[in-house]
Design a protein around this ligand. Structure first.
Ligand code: 0A1
Ligand code: ZN
Length: 871
């Protein structure tokens, strides 16, 4: 906790480090109650600066020696969270011993305990909680790590790189690891515990054998198969698609229960939140399987995009995160349906990132200032960053992009670089000027593109007028026009794509059908257009922008049925649904026969991927609807959406029933794309059927008790909670808990179903669950399952008229501010949206933010978000 107001760190203040650490030797002695960390650092001067700053936080310094000579307090200065040595020469050896207390570490940064094991989390600035060190990503060092611990209780002792030696002496186990690849301290990792391992092998493209190991607590060994399979597929994919080979003899994954984020890409020793790696058919849903596949790939891909080539400073975070998300999205698209993956990613961007861009924490993909870097692991850095890389891919094409990434990896291997160097490699490899494109990294806010089309029948000519602007965001006004790739199609009355031939060929890439929109306003014309087309813009979500273009209802229905671009097909349906929900809010909603016919076509299209049909028939979420409006009333949105859902369920109830019965086939559960697609449509149909009809609830009840996999059991439980009566819902929840209370990850799903429910997720019920034996404030997954689900999903209760929901969230944030500031700060997000809410809610949210502010002794994490939100 801080005393004075924390200072912002500025990109403009970046200075290269005065000293390199060429070698880092660490020795950890794990004792009950405390750990001793001995370090031996070889220092080498970089320029003429003679002062060395070592970061350190919550450390007890036992001893410090420079070139073998013990230093006293007079020989160094201490500043806030730093130790400074001055007047140094060209090279030195620095040895230190610190004492730390992993048992008391509830922030889960640095070295901490989770259950019976020790583990680390060093990104972004956790290493400074282990020992004094230049804890910045541009200091890259070769690490050798010795770990000493009780041999009986900690038989498994792991660190980065390859194992060197192992012995047991006087009941203590000693192991040494050596990582030949130099790396920043944020990629350091250590694990100690009584863990079981599942092994596998991978032969790399050059024929090297790599040992793959997943370490878990003994009861979880039967949940490791899928992650290993995903890992092997990721390793092969990165060789084939990016030409990247793995570079150590061993690759390890460890699952831990208490973890702030999803997973961490430590060199050769990835550490995972157990919820993002463990799965078996009985306990994990299809969605969990897909998440595991994506996260395993993401962490593995970091080995090149992040580890071999890392970030110069944390302002460059998207260099590794945006690029790696782009890479993992490509992998998931290749493993599953590319269109469905694109729909999921665009939905996430439009719902969560657009909201961030329109709120007080808006920042560019390359921020220029921060108070607490942990607050900048955001959807803007990750997902918008990935979209920006995706636009480069659209502009340069598959081959050009690959030439650029090859050059980037080759040129910067072993370096800590900037986003600019990434773009430079793309430029150099393709001989293209990306100066204007770089603005995507510098400007925050979501660009708006206004579209006007005009068709001249006599001249057979289409004119497309595009205007762009980016709204002001905190600290940024007067934004410049961006280079926006507009993937375009023109659809004829037969539903077929027409040829697109703009009169401005310099602004058109034929291969990818991309129009390059680069000025504030630009008009494009197309000749030889023999009939008035339906204009399908931003196909495949080709740019992360808001589009203002009023398609007619009939054009939307036409696109929903015919657009050859799956993404726009889905998007047309969403626009129709948004329109219905708006009408419902005004009391004017009724299906037209044309709407019903369009929906019929979709649900009965057996040629179409069932996962796609499920997405086409799913209403936009309440958050998505909210985000489509400048100001919103969550309770009104909830009611209107419910009304449309009921109408849809009633109108198509026979189709949903038939669809459910057609797809409800028995057979062994397999986590493969075709089966997942079938289950997703089946369970969507079940939900609509149950909404319309008691017979559907009965089917859900049957599915709940007879399911042999969690996907079907959980879908049935959700349906019973949403559409059954109260007794049915309570009974199913009680049975579920009795069945699964021993499995913490399943219990988390049980908590989420209730806390995120518009039926059950009331503040009173949440407060009850906070007292439940299954809840634990120290475990981030539990906190997310209860409070996160409530504040982000049960919107009609979170935004309830009495303000109890806001109060509950603020209480939770204040409590976690002490024990786990990262989690506290992340939970806060819904309250930061207060300016967008209708006046009554807005005022109450603001008061709760103020109440947190007045609490005093705020962590940097919480202080930054609350103070910026109140500005
Ligand atoms: N780099 C990891 C995620 C991660 C980010 C931040 C953390 O602490 C602030 C921890 C982990 C990834 O992208 O997977
Ligand atoms: Zn990452």
């Amino acid at each position: 906790m801080r005393d004075a107001q924390p200072k912002a760190i500025q990109l403009a203040d970046y200075r290269a480090p005065a000293y390199e650490v060429t070698d880092t030797h660490l020795r950890f002695e794990l004792h009950d109650g405390y750990t001793l960390v001995h370090s031996n650092l070889s220092l080498k001067q970089n320029g003429d600066e003679t002062e060395l700053l070592l970061n350190g936080q919550d450390l007890e310094l036992i001893s410090i020696k420079l070139d073998g000579k013990l230093l006293s307090e007079a020989d160094y200065t201490t500043a806030e969270e730093a130790l400074i040595l001055s007047g140094l020469g060209a090279s030195h050896t620095l040895e230190m011993t610190t004492r730390i207390y992993p048992e008391k570490n509830t922030a889960l940064e640095g070295l901490y305990r989770s259950g019976g094991m020790y583990c680390t989390q060093c990104e972004a600035e956790g290493f400074r909680r282990i020992t004094y060190y230049p804890d910045r990503p541009d200091v890259m060092s070769v690490f050798t790590t010795e770990i000493i611990a009780d041999a009986a209780r900690y038989p498994v002792l792991l660190s980065n790189g390859n194992p060197v030696s192992e012995k047991i002496e006087d009941g203590k186990k000693h192991v040494v690891w050596h990582d030949p690849h130099k790396k920043p301290a944020y990629l350091f990792a250590l694990v100690a515990g009584d863990l079981q391992v599942r092994d596998d092998h991978f032969t790399t493209c050059s024929g090297r054998e790599v040992l793959l190991r997943i370490f878990v607590e003994p009861q979880n060994v039967d949940k490791t198969e899928y992650a290993l399979d995903a890992l092997k597929r990721s390793m092969r994919w990165d060789e084939e698609v990016y030409g990247r080979e793995y570079d150590l003899d061993i690759f390890m994954i460890v699952a831990v229960d208490d973890f702030n984020m999803g997973a961490m890409e430590n060199k050769g020793l990835n550490i995972f939140n157990s919820s993002c790696v463990l799965a078996n058919p009985a306990t994990a849903t299809d969605a969990a399987y897909q998440r595991i596949e994506a996260i395993v790939a993401h962490e593995y891909f970091h080995n090149w995009s992040g580890n071999r080539v890392t970030c110069r400073d944390w302002f460059q975070l998207s260099l590794k995160e945006g690029f790696t998300v782009f890479r993992d999205a490509g992998f998931s698209a290749d493993m599953n349906s590319a269109t469905v993956k694109r729909i999921e990613d665009a939905t996430m961007l439009r719902t969560v990132q657009f909201a961030e861009d329109g709120g007080p924490m808006a920042h560019p993909v390359q921020p220029d200032s921060y108070i607490e870097i942990s607050n900048f692991y955001t959807v803007t850095i990750y997902e918008k960053g990935a979209e920006v890389v995706g636009m480069l891919h659209k502009i340069l094409g598959e081959e050009g992009f690959r030439k650029g990434s090859d050059l980037y990896f080759e040129r910067h291997d072993g370096q800590a670089v900037t986003i600019n160097e990434f773009v430079q490699a793309m430029e150099d490899a393709n001989d293209v000027d990306l100066t204007q494109f770089r603005l995507w990294y510098k400007q925050s806010g979501t660009p708006v593109v206004e579209v006007l089309t005009q068709y001249d029948h006599a001249a057979e000519r289409l004119t497309l007028n595009l205007r762009q602007y980016t709204p002001d965001t905190p600290g940024q006004t007067d934004k410049k026009p961006l280079w926006i790739p507009v993937q375009l199609g023109l659809i004829g009355h037969d539903g077929e794509d027409m040829e697109v031939r703009p009169d401005q060929p310099d602004f058109w890439t034929e291969d990818s059908q991309v129009l390059h929109f680069r000025e504030a306003e630009q008009t494009f014309s197309f000749g030889g257009v023999v009939e008035e087309p339906v204009v399908s813009l931003f196909r495949d979500f080709s740019a992360p922008v808001r589009i203002h273009y009023q398609h007619s209802q009939s054009a939307l229905r036409f696109m929903l049925q015919h657009d050859s671009d799956g993404f726009n097909r889905w998007d047309a349906g969403q626009q129709l649904m948004l329109h219905w929900i708006e009408l419902a809010e005004k009391g004017r909603f009724k299906f037209t026969q044309d709407d019903i016919d369009a929906l019929h076509t979709v649900i009965n299209d057996v040629e179409l991927d069932p996962a796609m049909v499920a997405y086409l028939l799913a209403l936009p979420s309440e958050s998505y609807i909210a985000e489509s409006r400048p100001q919103y009333d969550p309770v009104a949105i909830h009611k209107a959406r419910e009304q449309v859902m009921a109408a849809l369920a009633d109108t198509l109830s026979d189709d949903f029933k038939a669809c459910y019965q057609r797809l409800n086939v028995s057979g062994d559960y397999q986590p493969v794309p075709e089966d997942m697609a079938r289950r997703s449509l089946k369970n969507l149909a079940l939900s609509y059927w149950a909404k319309a009809d008691a017979e559907g609830v009965e089917a859900a009840r049957l599915q709940f008790s007879s399911a042999d996999n969690m996907t079907d059991q959980m879908a049935a439980l959700r349906t019973l909670v949403a559409h059954g009566n109260q007794a049915e819902a309570e009974q199913a929840l009680a049975e579920f808990y009795t069945q699964w209370q021993q499995d913490s990850l399943v219990v988390n799903q049980w908590l989420t179903v209730q806390c995120g429910s518009s039926k059950l997720g009331t503040p009173a019920h949440i407060r009850q669950l906070l007292e439940h034996e299954a809840f634990d404030w120290r475990n981030p997954n539990k906190v997310r399952s209860v409070i996160g689900a409530f504040a982000n999903q049960a919107l009609c209760h979170f935004h309830g008229a009495d303000g109890e929901g806001y109060k509950l969230l603020a209480d939770a944030v204040t409590r976690l501010n002490e024990s786990n500031p990262q989690i506290a700060s992340r939970l806060l997000t819904p309250l930061t949206r207060w300016k967008r809410l209708v006046p009554n809610q807005s005022q109450m949210m603001k008061s709760e933010l103020q109440r947190i502010m007045d609490h005093g002794s705020l962590s940097k994490d919480v202080y930054e978000v609350v103070s910026k939100s109140l500005m």
